[in-house]
Ligand binder design. Structure first.
Ligand code: SF4
Length: 382
């Protein structure tokens, strides 16, 4: 058997948040049945194409998976389990939004094998949630966490966001404290990136809102590092913090280039290839309509990743993690020593204090994390 990760995208949301450019749409509930059928048809085609695949981690993301009616969730999870061989120790995560989560939905998810929940909290203050266009309150986050605990889930993650217009450092500290006061095992803290085409970006461009200054945003990130550490969580990636043994295995697999199968609108798959190609990345059509028209076997937009590109991805993804890139793992994966590909460039970055070498691994320093992109540009092979 070879280990794969499995991702299923649920592109339905109750309403569209102002900053969101994900493939998700409000008001498309009427397509949910047909969508679940299409995902299961695609799953059947992928399972047939990769009969030796064992699913090590599964992630139901979106969009808002908790927008699905429980009966549909049951059909989807049951179908996936019949089609694929899940490892008995598989980490199975679902995303959910406070406000759309019910006990019946959670019970169905747990019966379907879900053992980890990731909730979008984003902020504590109503004024910050309003700026983001989020439609829930912190009281609903508390309620969702207590429902999850009652459903038997003990691996709970919250997503938080900083660098939001109108959010003060104090607001951010209070959001962190509120999140850490709940029985959660994992936090993801993302800086807001205003994406083109979103209402929030239009408001910023029109001067109706302003982002916090760069120094303020850096102070927010530093505060997240401090508060999570004080609460007993360890940082393991630029934006992710976990209690011992509770890192997200699915995301780690992605950063470590474990092959993955992605099902649903906009989902990508990274699949083993042969010969001159290290692997292929296939991406499904982005919209619900285009996905419903797609044949289960494709065709899909396909990118062929060369060995040199795959090596660079190892650096780009691996350096996001606090453990960095292991020389031994690099050699095992690419058949060529890391020293030969990047040794000189890494030493130049080390001289600038941006990377360091210890225990057979190259990793970013704290300062390197702040200027990650410039480190990566310096590492690019000619
Ligand atoms: S809930 Fe998530 S996916 Fe849906 S609109 Fe908001 S940010 Fe986007």
């Amino acid at each position: 058997m070879s280990t794969f990760e499995l991702y299923v995208h649920i592109p339905f949301c109750r309403s569209k948040c102002r900053y969101c450019d994900f493939a998700s749409w409000a008001g498309r509930e009427g397509d949910m049945d047909a969508y679940a059928d299409a995902v299961l048809r695609e799953a059947a085609a992928r399972a047939k194409a990769f009969p030796d695949a064992e699913i090590g981690t599964f992630f139901l993301g979106g969009g808002t998976p908790s927008a699905l009616p429980p009966a549909l969730l049951e059909r989807l999870l049951g179908g996936l389990r019949r089609l694929f061989c899940f490892s008995p120790a598989a980490e199975c995560t679902t995303e959910a939004n406070p406000g759309s989560l019910t006990a019946a939905w959670l019970d169905t998810a747990v019966r379907g094998g879900v053992n980890r929940l990731s909730l979008g909290m984003q902020a504590l203050q109503p004024h910050v949630l309003r700026t983001l266009g989020r439609t829930h309150s912190f009281a609903q986050v508390e309620e969702a966490v207590s429902l999850a605990v009652r459903a038997g889930l003990d691996n709970l993650s919250l997503d938080l966001m900083f660098g939001i217009p109108g959010q003060s450092l104090r607001d951010w500290g209070d959001s962190l404290d509120a999140a850490l006061s709940l029985p959660v095992t994992h936090l993801s803290c993302y800086g807001l990136i205003p994406e083109d085409g979103t209402p929030l970006k239009a408001l910023l461009d029109a001067g109706e809102m302003a982002l916090p200054e760069e120094d303020e945003e850096r102070a927010m990130y530093e505060l997240a590092l401090r508060r999570t550490r004080e609460a007993g969580m360890a940082q393991y990636e630029v934006s992710n913090f976990a209690r011992p043994g509770r890192r997200c295995r699915h995301n780690i697999g992605y950063w470590r280039q474990v092959p993955y199968i992605g099902l649903g609108a906009s989902a990508a798959s990274m699949l083993p290839a042969g010969g001159e190609i290290a692997y292929t990345r296939e991406t499904n059509p982005r919209t619900i309509d285009a996905y419903l028209r797609m044949q289960p076997e494709g065709p899909r937009e396909t990118e062929r990743i060369s060995p040199a590109e795959a090596r660079f991805e190892t650096m780009m993804l691996g350096l996001r993690m606090t453990e960095g890139v292991s020389e031994e793992a690099f050699l095992r994966m690419h058949g060529v020593p890391l020293e030969q590909c990047y040794g000189g460039r890494l030493r130049a970055q080390a001289a600038l204090g941006l990377v360091e070498h210890a225990d057979g691994c190259w990793r970013l320093t704290r300062r390197g994390m702040d200027v990650q992109n410039s480190v990566l540009v310096a590492l690019m092979e000619d």
